[in-house]
Design a protein around this ligand. Structure first.
Ligand SMILES: C[S@@+](CC[C@H](N)C(=O)[O-])C[C@H]1O[C@@H](n2cnc3c(N)ncnc32)[C@H](O)[C@@H]1O
Length: 222
């Protein structure tokens, strides 16, 4: 089946024996990929809007897997069903992902793995999940249409991270591949531009931005 590199990478990080729930499924292609190509026996795809679910229903019918992919119309984590142990959320802003998690965090009780791909504010997502008792077990970057997408895998179990590790990503910071370097280089440019326009009265933000620039330069020059 046809699926973009970003969704395929997320799908390939889903544990093979899991019962996954995709929140904000839109077309449901991720759940379809998991069942059709990865041998996952059952999956749930959920969205809070009717139009995406209509598209998802058509796709599930097209691939003839109605018995394996359940569609649910619900707000965020309200779509949790007993037995689900893995959650994927992608293609949304990091703050929206955090709201979804915060609003119904009791439903995380049986969730072993979350694979989250925020379009922005990934540091806020990392902070939220580590506070909730998860650690970062994998980090991956995918470049598509000149956009670099970050994919974070959180696994149950607490770990302490320094600000530097959380900001750079504990796994990304030891990768030396071209995409990671480009990702850090882009962040460095953004931080340097931000520093130029920050008003003097924003002293805390200036201090933090300078610290982040130093971390990025260190990891890039190491
Ligand atoms: C841009 S699409 C991303 C689709 C897919 N996950 C991907 O990565 O390509 C975002 C989807 O999330 C849904 N969505 C946004 N906020 C949501 C929420 N709070 N609960 C459930 N679905 C939500 C939207 O309706 C939309 O279909």
């Amino acid at each position: 089946m046809k699926i973009n590199k970003r969704l395929q990478t997320i799908g390939d990080l889903v544990p093979l024996s899991s019962y996954p729930l995709d929140i904000g499924c839109d077309h449901a292609l991720l759940s379809i990929y998991l069942v059709k190509e990865k041998g996952i026996t059952k999956a749930i795809a959920s969205d809070n809007k009717a139009n995406p679910l209509k598209k998802a229903k058509e796709n599930i019918s097209f691939y003839q897997i109605k018995d394996k992919v359940k569609l649910i119309k619900a707000e965020g984590l309200d779509s949790y069903q007993e037995g689900v142990d893995t959650i994927t959320i992608s293609g949304m802003g990091g703050l929206n992902i955090n709201i979804i998690i915060e609003n119904n965090k009791k439903n995380l009780k049986h969730i072993e793995t979350l694979i989250l791909s925020p379009n922005n504010y990934s540091l806020a997502v990392k902070r939220k999940l580590t506070k909730l008792g998860y650690h970062i077990s994998n980090e991956s970057l995918v470049k598509e249409n000149n956009i670099i997408y970050e994919i974070l895998v959180f696994t149950k179990g607490r770990k302490y991270y320094s600000y530097k590790k959380l900001f750079l990503g504990p796994i990304l910071m030891i990768k030396k591949d071209d995409i990671t370097k480009e990702y850090y280089q882009r962040q460095l440019e953004t931080k340097k531009s931000l520093l130029k326009v920050l008003p003097k009265s924003f002293s805390n933000k200036i201090r933090l931005t300078k610290k982040e620039i130093r971390y990025l330069e260190e990891v890039l020059n190491h």
